[in-house]
Design a protein around this ligand. Structure first.
Ligand code: UD1
Ligand code: UDP
Length: 376
């Protein structure tokens, strides 16, 4: 029987991190021919991940331009993917998560009547603009998909409620845990001197990330104001902020945070140092999606700088708290955690609602049975 031809399409840092373990498994499986197409919606931040996991893309659309709009990404990726899918005629296209590349990859496959599998399917806030545009990207991709790999039973329940047939859904865990477990090492030594020199035991080291489109402008100003007040309130606090390359983020960072004492504004970190940094800090403040899944597995409390989350499992488990972007609320909640050992320990329990590190293998197994390549 012919090999199953599977094309994975991704374009940004988080998709690459979460697709990397799956791409590896697809490449190892002799009954599958794996083709990797990247839109390069992100450039440097994507390339870092490809390098770390030694993935060489078969196709690279190189679409990124500075300050790109959602339409720029959509149009360029859709046009570029058309020719690639037409030429390769894969049996299946796989997309991941909620970015514009995700939605457009699914749409481009549908236009060529190629089957679509959605990895990390079924996450929902049911708020159209929060997160924006990711919530809508997830819905649209879900409508186009033929197979849905849900990370948790909550995600599966959302899909069932939207009338996706149960036999089209598989609960696999999240591939982010596959990537994380392969990357975190207690003996890891940072190549960045600044990170090696910090005393993670004596200081209260906070890791900050922020990039969501709906937080650009005033919400970012508010977040940074809270961070400055937090720093001023206790000399033992140090904040590490790997600043996202989005110029909309950088502008506000430079205006509000530059020159602040004990804040380390650094370039985005490669995934290996970043994951190992998460494992060492005291507290994480973030509006990221993926970090809400990784930090609980590492036993690190997370304050989410958003009003909604599509990752309720970690909130229920108690390691993640939604604080939004109100400066007073961020400040009070962070201070309580840093001062009150009982409150801190209550949140710092390592729980892992997102998987056991074997999600990629489950996905590959399902593909093989689904498409008649399973073992007799
Ligand atoms: C994108 C995704 C978002 C995801 C985030 C992860 C969309 C609409 N947004 O948001 O869902 O959470 O990635 O980080 O799909 N840039 C660079 N180099 C890079 C990456 C970005 O210079 O390697 C700059 C460019 O100027 C680019 C801008 O950042 O135009 C914004 O990138 P874009 O992918 O549009 O949005 P993100 O905010 O990164
Ligand atoms: N990450 C990284 N370097 C950084 C910041 C984040 O490697 O400087 C990783 C992080 O561990 C997670 C992913 O990037 O796996 C999250 O990406 P991001 O927050 O950009 O996107 P989101 O998950 O919000 O879509």
């Amino acid at each position: 029987m012919d090999k199953l031809k599977v094309m994975t399409i991704f374009g940004t840092r988080p998709e690459a991190i979460k697709m990397a373990p799956l791409v590896k498994k697809l490449a190892e499986e002799e009954r599958i021919r794996s083709i990797v197409a990247v839109t390069a919606q992100h450039r440097e931040m994507l390339d870092q991940v490809l390098r770390l996991f030694s993935i060489k893309a078969d196709y690279d659309l190189d679409i990124m331009k500075e300050g790109q709009s959602l339409s720029d990404i959509t149009v360029k990726a859709l046009q570029g993917l058309e020719g690639i899918i037409k030429g390769e005629k894969p049996d299946l296209v796989m997309v991941h998560g909620d970015t514009s590349t995700t939605f457009v990859g699914a749409l481009a496959a549908f236009y060529q009547q190629v089957k679509v599998a959605h990895v990390e399917a079924g996450l929902r806030t049911y708020h159209k603009y929060s997160p924006y545009p990711e919530e809508m990207n997830r819905h649209l991709t879900g409508v186009l998909a033929d197979l849905h790999f849900a990370p948790t039973s909550t995600a599966r329940a959302h899909l069932l409620a939207e009338n996706i047939p149960a036999e089209r859904i598989a609960v696999t865990g999240n591939t982010v845990i596959d990537a994380l477990l392969a990357t975190v090492d207690p003996n890891y030594c940072f190549t960045e001197r600044e990170l090696n020199q910090l005393d993670y035991q004596q200081k209260k080291v906070i890791l900050l990330t922020a990039h969501r489109r709906e937080n650009l402008g005033q919400p970012l100003d508010n977040i940074f104001k809270a961070v400055k007040e937090l720093l001023a309130s206790d000399r033992r606090i140090e904040v590490i902020f790997p600043v996202h390359l989005n110029p909309g983020v950088r502008k506000t960072v430079n205006r509000v945070l530059a020159g602040t004492e004990r804040i380390h504004l650094i370039e985005p970190l490669d995934y290996q140092p970043f994951a190992n940094l998460m494992a060492r800090v005291t507290l994480i403040l973030t509006d990221s999606g993926g970090i809400q899944e990784e930090a609980p597995a590492l036993g690190k409390p997370v304050l989410v700088l958003r009003n909604t989350t599509e990752r309720p499992e970690a909130v229920e488990a108690g390691t993640v708290k939604l604080v939004g972007t109100d400066p007073a609320k961020i400040l009070i909640t962070a201070q309580k955690l840093l001062q009150d050992q009982v409150a801190y320990q209550k949140m710092a329990n390592a729980v892992n609602p997102y998987g056991d590190g074997r999600a990629s293998q489950r996905i590959v197994n399902r593909l093989l049975t689904e498409y008649g390549r399973g073992k007799e």
